[in-house]
Design a protein around this ligand. Structure first.
Ligand SMILES: [Zn+2]
Length: 294
């Protein structure tokens, strides 16, 4: 199975649809972060949500989805781009509720908290929307976010389906939105199909791609684009140097007097950047104005 992001239109009802299959990237992220099954399941759901939210935006922008909850998971952050890239981290990687996989994620989230979405609208403009977390899945809470914060009528479903011993057997999600002239009834039909388990049943029966999308929107689907999605981190040594520079020359002189190195671990991809004494001295001198900025 190859992860994919599909965009389409449903005519003549004038709905737009985005479908994400994120099984491979979710399994990869699970290995990278060493996640126990329940943490992995919620993280997969959140990354799929991030990709769907990202795909609703224009241009080359990003969206952050963050969750602060009183349950054992505690919180997570997902950063996704309009280009199909996603990364993130979970505060408590070791959460595991054996038994019914439909119940564990709700228990891990607990009963209160905040779900926030930060949208980069481009040109330095941002929009933040949030809803209080209530008992239920992340997707239940995301539905309430769409109802409360976004202007467009939306139907959404995200499913993480275990197969055998694999907690991330299949991971997929879709969003259906009404275009300005779109049919209210058609969107309601999509919502009812989701509520009746159509998307989950299609996924469980092995449907993929267009067939999976049609389980919710029916036969009028016209696929516009189809592209890859993947777990990508855009951290770099230069960003780590910039982070060290943010200590200021006094801060770096302090480090030089004690540890003699700065170690920065990327929370998203676990890469470690070590900035040694000689480079730190250069940064401090540059900050003091003795060296030209490179
Ligand atoms: Zn990284």
């Amino acid at each position: 199975m190859k992860d994919v992001l599909l965009r389409g239109l449903v005519r003549p009802a004038d709905l737009r649809l985005i479908l994400v299959e994120a099984t491979d990237l979710s399994r990869m992220a699970r290995m990278l972060h060493g996640l126990a099954p329940t943490s992995a399941s919620i993280f997969a759901e959140a990354m799929t949500a991030g990709l769907l939210l990202g795909a609703l935006q224009k241009g080359e922008t990003r969206v952050n989805l963050s969750l602060e909850v009183d349950g054992p998971l505690s919180g997570l952050l997902v950063d996704a781009g309009t280009d199909g890239s996603v990364r993130g981290h979970v505060r408590r990687p070791d959460v595991h509720f054996p038994g019914d996989p439909a119940i564990g994620p709700c228990a891990a989230l607990g009963g209160s908290g905040t779900l926030s979405v930060l949208r980069d609208l481009g040109k330095g403009e941002f929009y933040r929307g949030s809803v209080e977390v209530l008992p239920g899945t992340l997707t239940d809470n995301l539905r309430r976010y769409f109802a409360a914060s976004e202007q467009v009528a939306t139907a959404i479903d995200i499913r993480v389906l275990p197969t055998g011993k694999e907690p991330l057997g299949m991971v997929a999600g879709l969003v259906v939105q009404k275009m300005p002239e779109g049919s209210v009834d058609a969107l309601e039909t999509a919502r009812n199909r989701i509520a009746g388990g159509a998307f989950l049943d299609a996924l469980a029966s092995g449907a993929k791609d267009e067939a999976l999308a049609r389980s919710v929107v029916g036969d009028g689907l016209e696929v516009l684009t189809r592209g890859p999605v993947s777990y990508v981190c855009n951290c770099s040594r230069q960003r780590a140097v910039n982070a060290a520079s943010a200590l200021g020359h006094a801060g770096i002189r302090e480090v030089l007097a004690e540890e003699k190195q700065v170690v920065i671990d990327c929370e998203f991809c676990k890469k470690r950047y070590v900035i040694e004494e000689a480079e730190l001295s250069d940064i401090a001198r540059r900050l003091e104005g003795d060296l030209p900025a490179c």
